[in-house]
Every structure is written in C-alpha cells, then in structure tokens.
Design a protein around this ligand. Sequence first.
Ligand SMILES: Cc1ncc(COP(=O)(O)O)c(C=O)c1O
Length: 429
Amino acid sequence: MKRRTFLKNMMAAGAVGSLQTSGLISLVSCSSEKESSTLPSSSDYNFDEVIDRTGTWSIKYSRVEKMGNDIIPMGIADMDFKTAPFMTDAYKARIERDVFGYTHTPQEFYDCIANWESKQHDWNVTPDDITYIPGVITGINLAIQCFTEKGDKIIIQPPVYNPFKSYINKLGREAVDNPLKLVDGKYEMDFEHLESIIDDKTKGLILCNPQNPGGITWNKETLSQLASICAKHNVMVFSDEIHGDLTLFGKKHIPFLSVNEDAAKVGIIFSSPTKAFNIAGIITAHTVIKSESIRKQYVEYLESGKFNEAPIFSLISTITAYTNPTDWLEALKAYIEKNVEFVMDYFKTNIPQIKPYKPGASFLIWLDCSELNLEQKELADLFSEKAKLVVNNGAIYGPGGEGHIRINIGCPLSVLKKALDHLKEAVST
Ligand SMILES: Cc1ncc(COP(=O)(O)O)c(C=O)c1O
C-alpha cells in the first residue's frame, strides 16, 4: 500500500515515465517508453497484409472453414490485422523465461491504466480506482449480479450490442428498451422516454460508449444529462467503453465517469485494450470506479468468486499495450479511417440504396438498407447467400435495427474492396 501511495504521488508529479525507463516498475520486458527519435514510422506497419487465420480457432473464420473460401467474414468484432509488434515481443519474452507460476497483479497494471486514461482521455484516475476483471461482458454480468436482484429491470438503448440484452435476461433480470431516436439522420438518446420508463424496479442502465453498432461517440452534454437522470432515480450506470481507444477523425472519447459528480456517484466504467490492440482472444479488462462504496461492494463480490485474479498474459497484455508508444495505434486508426472513407465513397457511387453511418469510433459500420425494401430475412439472405458475406443482421441489436446490417471493416483494403464488389453484384442482380 505504501508503494501504491508513493507511485500515486510520483504519478501526480509526472514521474512515472522515468520510473518505467529506469526499470523500477517494469516487470515485463517490453515496455519502457522509447525516445521518439527511435520510434518506427507508421509505414513500418503493414495493415495491407492478408493474414492467415485458419487453424487458429477463430470464431470469425469458423464459417469460412466450414463453407469454403469464397465466403468473406465481416461479422464478429475482431480485426484481420496482426497485433502490434511490441505485444508479440512481450509475449515471447515471457515465454522464453519458461516461468508460468501463480502470479499477483503488479502495481504497474493499475499505474499504466491510470496513466493511459490521463494521456489518452484527459482524465484523472488514481490507481486505486481500478480493478482487474475477466472481460468486459463478464465484468458487466458480475456487476448485474452484485448490484441487482432477480426480477429487477435494467435499461439498454437499442440498437445496441446484443449480448447486453441476452445476459440481462439470462441472469433473470428484465431488459427494458429506451430506443435511440434518429434526429436529422443522427442517433440521440431519448431522455423523455427514459424518465417515463424508470420505476422502483429499475436498478441499472448499460451505456455503450462509444456505441456499437453505430460507432457513436457520445458528447459531454448527452452523458451529463444521462448521469443526472440516473443519479436522480438511483439507477446505476454500467458504461462499456471497450471501443473508446479507437476514436476516429479527430473525435474524442469522453469517459462517462469524467462528465460530472453524478456520473462519478452512479457509474462504473468497463474497459479493455483488447479491441484497440486486437487481442480479444487473450482476455483482459478492468473497471474504473470513483465511488468508494460501489467499488468496495464490487471488489468484495469479485474476490468472493476469485474473479479479480488476472492470468499472466492478461497482465502482460494490458501493461504492454498501455506503456508502449502509441504510434502503432495511430497508424491503425489512420488505416481504419481510410477504410471508412472507402466504404462511404463506395456506397455513394455504387450502391446508393444502402446508406452507411460514418462511425466516430471503431471498425464497425452500420448500414441503413431500408431503401432496398426487403424483409429482414431477405436482407440477411442478400448479404449471406447472394453476396457471400458473413455480417451481423441489424435485427439482433433490438428496436431500430430492422432494415440494417452491421459490417466489420477491420481488414486489409483489398479484402474490403472484394467484399463490397460481391455486394454490388448481389444487389444489382
Ligand atoms: C460494445 C462491446 N462490449 C464488449 C465486447 C466484448 O468484450 P469482452 O470480450 O471483453 O467481453 C464487445 C465485443 O465485440 C463489444 O463490441
């Protein structure tokens, strides 16, 4: 604890970087900050490379392996890029030690997350606010079990990442929809409807920030208003921020707890480097909780089930991702932006009946296909049977998802182009 306080003070004084470079808090052999003059340039990363994922137990590619090579997978949300070279170097370094015994969570796990929040999202988090969790969805599910009872209501704001609803229901709680509304072609939260559906049984709301599938980066006013309503009615906010490190086109990610006192009182942030660094198969995630009483109750709950003990490669992943220079992440985001622009232009020129929403974050694009005037089953068949693309059917994301499809564009441009050519052909025949 003394060391933690010491590090906290050092962080406040901006001295953690020098501790890292001096090796004092660097237990993984990867990750001291390098001088910018020695950084690789973005052209050193080849996101055009088509990587072979066969035989890796990839969920995304399991259908390709079954159905043949003409299928292009654009479904489940991981990217067809190698992870950053420094991630692989860090894993290799540990493997070469041949040491895999029981492992405690080192102080640098907490410090690097606090440092990352401050540098990436201009937000002051202390290491004591942070806890390891075994995945974002698992962490949210554990919070639901910790803070709510069977029969309680939890609000979600569809169209939204579908596991929210399915796990709320599987856990014996009731998922209640507060659908987003479309105003001038942009999604907004419906606060009037929100207040009208909150009752004594409503104990929580799951916020998707940024929103999957729409790639919406919520602004401060929206998040503040949400926080104030939830605080007024004693509704906890479980804020899923897993896509927050992938903001595009100069947009900023605003952590929910940072917006006002109300948010800090009622909220928990669930986040992870797994999306941004493309390491979803190595499970690692964390919470940030400002309220001491919420944190105490949640941490005790995690401890009672041994859920907060991180595996070695989870620790290495988070520490490595958050302590290396950000040039790889910047190069990745620039590549995704290029893919987004390509998709926007492609639809406009070649398939104008389908309207893509330009995402403010991440590598998923939400397509409004309503002008095709197809039943949802016909729309799904158009993409899967005719165009041979594995995509996500918009209807699974709840009300507002009908007539829509979600595609994953986290792949080399050559693959993306081929996929859209398949679709153009399918739509025109
Ligand atoms: C919004 C959102 N939350 C959570 C997850 C999954 O997170 P985890 O693998 O840490 O449970 C995903 C994956 O697609 C996601 O899009």
